[in-house]
Design a protein around this ligand. Structure first.
Ligand SMILES: Nc1ncnc2c1ncn2[C@@H]1O[C@H](COP(=O)(O)OP(=O)(O)OP(=O)(O)O)[C@@H](O)[C@H]1O
Length: 305
């Protein structure tokens, strides 16, 4: 019987080595044919959740099933693909666009990693689908922000996974690229994929996501967008001081993501800012996502052995 795309997260808690609890008792469930937005302020645990879903980080508590399988089995079967945040990628790594997209096929190859005709075909199709085939020979460090996003999207497409995780795919891209990504996600959803996408572009969430998971270390609300993504829950997630949010319209789209909602974490008291407010980046994450399996982040004792 073919596997159905699903994510089941049960009561997971992740504590980093420095003692910081990034997510606490997080639970939710999603099924295929869904695009779900993962929404929360900076530092609310979105990337930690993605890394937990990818097996990069091992939660201290709780359980995760992908397509009703444990993570390691789901990864072995290529059931989940990950488009990382740009900050998690070492763009100086000497590798071409073609070779990054080919990484999506590694799970289908033996240990010698010699691409077969089918792998080459899937890579070409994936590059064509996101419009980067003309960049195939370019080094990834030479690309624009939007082109870089497309490369990792193509890698996920080449992987042909049922579940696709995208960590802030709209940051640093222009409106045209954002629209192209949204259109692609719509196609993937209608093909039965399950897409979980973190975004700070709140205004576009109702346009392309049918479900939302709203977090601030714990799940604040989860459910269908029309009933869940409302002012009340947004205020809970963003600390009750959310301003200037319009839940529809194009004015939250921005190529620099300048209207991202951010939070100062130093006094642990949520405070929301718009515009150019700069927050401290999360604690260092080893640039891992160009490693062959994109799952090699050093997370100390959290690392999956
Ligand atoms: N490797 C790490 N070691 C210790 N703490 C970490 C580590 N990575 C993240 N954190 C902390 O865990 C919390 C959650 O971080 P995470 O990156 O998951 O948030 P996020 O919601 O993805 O934020 P953003 O919107 O800025 O990407 C933050 O307080 C961050 O500082």
């Amino acid at each position: 019987m073919p596997l159905v795309a699903s994510i089941r997260v049960e009561n997971i808690t992740v504590r980093y080595n420095n003692g910081h609890t990034a997510i606490h008792d997080v639970s939710f469930q999603l099924v295929g044919g869904t695009t779900c937005a993962l929404v929360g302020v900076n530092g609310s645990g979105k990337s930690t959740l993605f890394k937990s879903l990818m097996g990069i980080i091992r939660p201290q508590q709780g359980n995760i099933l992908l397509c009703e399988l444990p993570i390691n089995k789901a990864l072995k079967q290529n059931l989940v693909a990950y488009v990382p945040q740009s900050e998690d990628v070492d763009w100086q790594f000497p590798i071409s666009v073609y070779d990054v997209v080919m990484q999506g096929r590694y799970g289908y190859m033996n240990f010698l990693r010699i691409p077969q005709q089918r792998d080459k075909q899937k890579v070409l199709q994936a590059m064509q689908r996101v419009g980067i085939e003309h960049l195939a020979e370019r080094q990834i460090g030479e690309l624009s922000g939007g082109q870089k996003k497309r490369v990792f999207l193509a890698r996920a497409l080449a992987q042909q996974s049922k579940i696709i995780l995208l960590d802030e795919p709209f940051t640093g891209v222009d409106v045209k690229t954002e629209n192209a990504i949204v259109e692609l996600l719509g196609e993937l959803r209608s093909e039965g994929h399950l897409i979980l996408v973190s975004t700070h572009n709140l205004g576009s969430v109702p346009d392309f996501c049918d479900q939302v998971v709203m977090i601030n270390r714990k799940v604040i609300a989860t459910g269908p967008t029309p009933t869940t993504f409302n002012q009340h829950n947004l205020e809970l997630v963003f600390g009750g001081v959310l301003r200037h949010i319009k839940l529809s319209g194009s004015d939250l789209h921005d190529d620099e993501d300048a209207r991202a909602v951010t939070v100062l974490t130093d006094d642990e008291r949520p405070a929301v800012f718009y515009g150019q407010t700069k927050v401290d980046p999360p604690a260092p994450i080893v640039k891992n996502c160009l490693r062959p399996d994109c799952r090699g982040a050093e997370q100390g004792e959290n690392r999956r052995k």
